[in-house]
Design a protein around this ligand. Structure first.
Ligand SMILES: Cc1cc2nc3c(=O)[nH]c(=O)nc-3n(C[C@H](O)[C@H](O)[C@H](O)COP(=O)(O)OP(=O)(O)OC[C@H]3O[C@@H](n4cnc5c(N)ncnc54)[C@H](O)[C@@H]3O)c2cc1C
Length: 225
């Protein structure tokens, strides 16, 4: 094969490995571990994600395998210590998110919803049983999570949530409508923001874990108490 011409390179974006842009010389402030995490995320985003995002976008397809791939590299729930998560600092998390975002904003949203809005509330507010049960599988990407806050009539004002969760025997009956849910079409586990005690105002709001695509199961995470 002859030498690559500019034309050949234009046809093959992989011929230009991304080395990053750093106008403010932020790299000089990073520790060795932070650079290593950044390079792992960058390598994955460039080599594995970049070649398929254009087709995914055109064909309106969300590749479920991305969760397992990110999980295998420790990119999901990265700031959590234990439960199969690496427990790196928030600088590392920011660097991971930046590298994935550079290639595709939707897959970055998928990663941050799984990490910050599903795994973190389970870690911070869940019971030990819930942590053991969900976090390791969310970390590997075996389970995909979503958080359902927004409703057709309620956006950023979460106190206006109308969806209710009422005790019924050993479980809860959840009633309501949610919209704009990242990972909603793929999730096995959705944390649903519900009113459990309307008279108690903000304190009457709870996060309810609803498992989908598996035997029905609902459990409650108590927040703000
Ligand atoms: C890409 C994407 C992904 C999303 N993923 C999720 C998800 O995973 N889960 C989920 O639950 N939701 C998700 N959402 C929905 C998102 O959280 C809502 O769009 C957001 O909460 C805003 O709600 P809204 O659009 O109804 O706007 P509103 O809440 O109606 O707000 C409209 C405007 O009014 C302002 N405003 C609101 N209340 C007040 C107030 N009291 N005082 C002054 N100003 C105010 C707001 O700042 C905003 O500028 C997603 C949205 C997008 C675009």
């Amino acid at each position: 094969m002859g030498p690559q011409t500019g034309l050949h390179r234009r046809g093959n974006p992989m011929a230009f490995p991304f080395r990053g842009v750093d106008f403010l010389e932020l790299d000089s402030l990073l520790t060795e571990q932070e650079r290593m995490v950044r390079d792992t995320a960058r390598g994955y985003a460039q080599d594995k994600l970049f070649p398929r995002v254009l087709l995914d976008y055109r064909e309106e397809r969300f590749d479920r395998a991305v969760f397992s791939e990110m999980g295998a590299l420790g990119l999901l729930g990265s700031t959590i210590d234990g439960y199969g998560c690496p427990g790196v600092n928030y600088v590392c998390y920011g660097l991971i998110a930046r590298e994935i975002e550079r290639v595709d904003s939707s897959y970055r949203s998928a990663l941050s919803v799984q990490s910050s809005l599903v795994m973190w509330p389970i870690y911070a507010y869940g019971t030990e049983e819930q942590r053991q049960k969900y976090l390791p599988k969310l970390a590997t990407g075996e389970l995909v999570g979503a958080i359902a806050m927004t409703e057709p009539g309620t956006g950023s004002d979460l106190q206006g949530v109308k969806t209710s969760a009422k005790r019924d025997g050993n479980g809860y009956v959840v009633n309501g409508a949610k919209t704009f849910i990242t990972n909603g079409g793929t999730a096995n586990l959705i944390i649903v923001v519900c009113k459990t005690d309307p008279a108690a105002g903000a304190k009457g709001t709870s996060l309810v874990v609803v498992r989908l695509n598996c035997p029905p199961e609902v459990s409650m995470i108590t927040v703000g108490r």
